[in-house]
Design a protein around this ligand. Structure first.
Ligand code: AMP
Ligand code: GLY
Length: 427
């Protein structure tokens, strides 16, 4: 189905700012005919039909696609991928963007990824893998700090501890083996602590060909100057200046291509976007982790730079045509500022009113993506921790940041807050 003028009915699975950005980019492409999101959110509802559907139930997603003549499914979050929704769709002959459950182990199991990296000789942190507390304790005490302790499975971003004291390290092990992370903590990976600057590298993979589609950096800590507790991400920008062309080439040649070849060799070729978290020091990148989906909010800054071509790229990826596909780059910069409910990442209230959004520009330079919102009361209501992603594009990072904060200042939401320094490392 590679014809240019075709009409494609598309289903996007997910409900965050990432999925709003995906839907926004897809919608601009004339190939997009009907656009449905499940479950979607108040922002997505302005540009797509929103459907009620259990996104983790492969049979339900296939049934929905058959009833609604959906030709192409874009899977946003990791949970449906790990649950095998991509496998169910492909088995039913429905094109889909996102890896199989087997390949999604690159995010769903840290031990699996470390083993693949060993086999592929990809540079990453040294590690040891444990299934019982006594052996893990003895190892940590013998090694000493710094170390990084990771629950093996999906733990919603909370399964990684970088202990500051030996007491914290031992307590983390007890928590993990004691079931604090459920099945995700039944196995624990203990890694060498890597120093350096982190950046994210996004590469489309169609089983064989690897096509880089951009770099980004995010701000994980809630407080200005990158202080305070970790969050899902308080903002991001693209490109990441620390990830130079030379380092990107090194990461492709030494990390990404060898691990993708190893996956194919094991009969689980990877198809979808591969999000490589890299640690950069002295001009060299090492792998911190793989994710099997776009980052949130990194997707927002990538989609704003790619625009309508994002759909062509995802279709080419799903159809195994990346070897003949190019990315059209503009020499531009994007920033997204996350507005969160007061209290986040701790306890926060839902339901506060947000006004002023309707007066903001919506174009290829300015866009507010909705993360946790719902419509109610004739207004937009906060419905989550991270609520809005105020996103802007410019010729420079400074110009993009200025545009984004000009929009932030026009949003009236007493129940929300944001960091005022997104992009500071690169500015
Ligand atoms: P992960 O979920 O594996 O990405 O880990 C979450 C965060 O912990 C990463 O984004 C890094 O900031 C940090 N981290 C993880 N592994 C290491 C490591 N081996 N050395 C230093 N920092 C790490
Ligand atoms: N922003 C980090 C992530 O999506 O994993």
């Amino acid at each position: 189905m590679a014809d240019r003028g075709r009409d494609v009915n598309i289903l996007v699975l997910g409900s965050g700012g990432r999925e709003h950005a995906l839907a926004w980019a897809i919608k601009q492409n004339p190939k997009c005919d009907r656009l449905i999101a499940a479950p979607g959110n108040a922002g997505i509802a302005a540009i797509a039909e929103c459907a009620v559907l259990n996104a983790q139930d492969g049979a339900a997603v296939v049934g929905f696609c058959e009833e609604n003549a959906v030709d192409f499914v874009v899977i946003g979050p990791e949970a449906p991928l790990a649950a095998g929704v991509g496998d169910a769709l492909r088995a039913a002959g429905i094109a889909c963007f996102g890896p199989s459950a087997a390949a999604a182990q690159l995010e769903a199991s840290k031990a699996f990824t470390k083993e693949i990296c060993d086999a592929a000789k990809a540079p990453t942190a040294g590690y040891a893998h444990f299934t019982d507390l006594t052996a893990a304790r003895a190892y940590v005490q013998a090694q000493g700090l710094p170390l990084v302790i990771k629950a093996d499975g999906l733990a919603a971003g909370k399964g990684v501890i970088i202990p500051e004291t030996m007491e914290q390290a031992l307590a983390a092990l007890e928590d993990m083996f004691g079931g604090a992370f459920g099945a995700a903590g039944a196995e624990v990976v203990i890694e060498e602590f890597m120093e350096g600057e982190e950046a994210s590298f996004f590469v489309l993979v169609d089983g064989e060909t690897c096509l880089p589609i951009g770099t980004a950096q995010d701000h994980k800590r809630v407080g200005e100057g990158d202080t305070g507790p970790n969050t899902g991400g308080m903002g991001a920008y693209s490109p990441a200046p620390v990830l130079t062309d030379a380092i990107a080439r090194q990461a492709l040649e030494q990390i990404i291509r060898p691990t993708m070849a190893e996956m194919a060799r094991r009969g689980m070729p990877y198809q979808g976007v591969l999000y490589a978290g890299l640690m950069i020091k002295d001009g060299q990148a090492r792998l911190v982790e793989y994710n099997v989906r776009f980052g949130d909010p990194e997707c927002q800054v990538l989609m704003m730079r790619l625009g309508a071509q994002a759909l062509d790229l995802m279709l080419a990826c799903a159809e195994g045509r990346l070897d003949s596909t190019r990315v059209n780059w503009a020499d531009d910069h994007t920033v997204t500022v996350v507005m969160a409910a007061r209290g986040y990442p701790g306890a926060y209230e839902k339901g506060s009113r947000i006004t002023g959004l309707e007066a903001l520009p919506e174009d290829s330079f300015n866009m507010v993506f909705h993360a946790g919102t719902k419509a109610g009361d004739g207004a937009v209501l906060a419905n989550g921790g991270r609520v809005l992603n105020v996103t802007a594009r410019g010729d420079t990072l400074a110009e993009a940041a200025e545009r984004a904060y000009a929009m932030v200042d026009r949003i009236d939401w007493p129940g929300g807050f944001c960091r005022r320094d997104i992009g500071w490392r690169a500015l």
